[in-house]
Design a protein around this ligand. Structure first.
Ligand code: AMP
Ligand code: MN
Ligand code: MN
Ligand code: MN
Length: 278
């Protein structure tokens, strides 16, 4: 049997990735990925192109999305896998978040202008095209105009939470995001659970709430986790009876630390999310 390589979390130019959907699928195939889910931020517009390319390349393609959601005061990312991308519930969320993201972009641009940095919105609009506008596009603008050396520095100086050009946003309520994914026939997966920097007790509260709201899986293996973290996440998955997902969260070939399909194996005591695929 040919060994399967799954990557169930990555981004294209439809949100803040550097590669177009077909460039992304081509790269995934070259890296040996056998099942790929494209999970752009709050957008499904890249799925059709990616699916066609995956068919040509002979790899299995899964419709995905990464929804920006609000749980208490926390912004969380919920990945939806195997969704019907035409479903009204998904359409409503993407339309709403597209509008919110555009309004936030106008405010970010105004905040930058107050600091003497002009032209951000124009630059970002051109870069985004038909895709979703994200803070990463603003980071690219700041780097291109020499206000930061790297994307990371742009976040640290301007765009990160609480920084001068940060604009607080109320994202889609967590339970609404999960319900939309489930209603659209998909599996709701809590993305990169360690990135929220929660205490153990808050993590448990989150996982219980996620499960209660209809969540079925959590990411256990992502691009940057070490073996200890994977073990901890595997144990949480078991404790809360959630399946485990694997996804690189690949954005760009420029990030040499993260590659499509280059992921540690799921711990053997964790039920793989793909066993839930229809
Ligand atoms: P947004 O969803 O528009 O707020 O943008 C969030 C995106 O920006 C994330 O998906 C990351 O790709 C990127 N991002 C967020 N925080 C940072 C950071 N501190 N450094 C670099 N990239 C970041
Ligand atoms: Mn991103
Ligand atoms: Mn994310
Ligand atoms: Mn992501």
């Amino acid at each position: 049997m040919i060994s399967q390589i799954y990557d169930l979390h990555c981004h294209s130019t439809t949100s803040d990735g550097a590669l177009s959907p077909d460039e992304l699928v081509t790269r995934a195939a070259e890296q040996g990925v056998t099942t790929l889910a494209l999970t752009d931020h709050d957008s499904i517009s890249g799925l059709e192109q990616a699916r066609q390319c995956a068919q040509q390349r002979g790899i299995t393609f899964i419709n995905g999305i990464e929804i920006s959601a609000q749980w208490e005061k926390q912004c969380l990312h919920i990945v939806g896998l195997h969704i019907d991308s035409q479903h009204d519930a998904i359409e409503n969320i993407t339309r709403h978040l597209d509008k919110m993201r555009y309004e936030r972009a106008e405010k970010i641009s105004q905040k930058l202008a107050k600091k003497g940095i002009h032209g951000a919105l124009d630059f970002v609009q051109k870069a985004v095209g038909e895709g979703m506008v994200t803070r990463t596009h603003f980071a690219d603008f700041l780097v291109a105009h020499c206000h930061a050396d790297t994307q990371q520095q742009a976040f640290d100086r301007y765009l990160g939470d609480g920084k001068v050009a940060f604009v607080a946003t109320t994202w889609t309520p967590f339970d609404v995001a999960i319900k939309a994914i489930v209603d659209a026939g998909g599996i709701a997966v809590l993305a990169h659970p360690l990135r929220y920097k929660l205490t153990a007790s808050r993590m448990k509260k989150l996982l219980a709430a996620f499960k209660l709201a209809g969540g079925q899986a959590m990411e256990v293996v992502t691009g940057r986790y070490n073996p200890d973290e994977i073990r901890i996440l595997g144990n949480y998955a078991n404790q809360f009876e959630l399946a485990g997902s694997v996804g690189s969260d690949f954005h760009s070939p420029a990030n040499q630390w993260i590659e499509l399909g280059r992921l540690a194996p799921l711990p053997t005591n964790v039920k793989p999310v793909w066993e839930l695929f229809p």
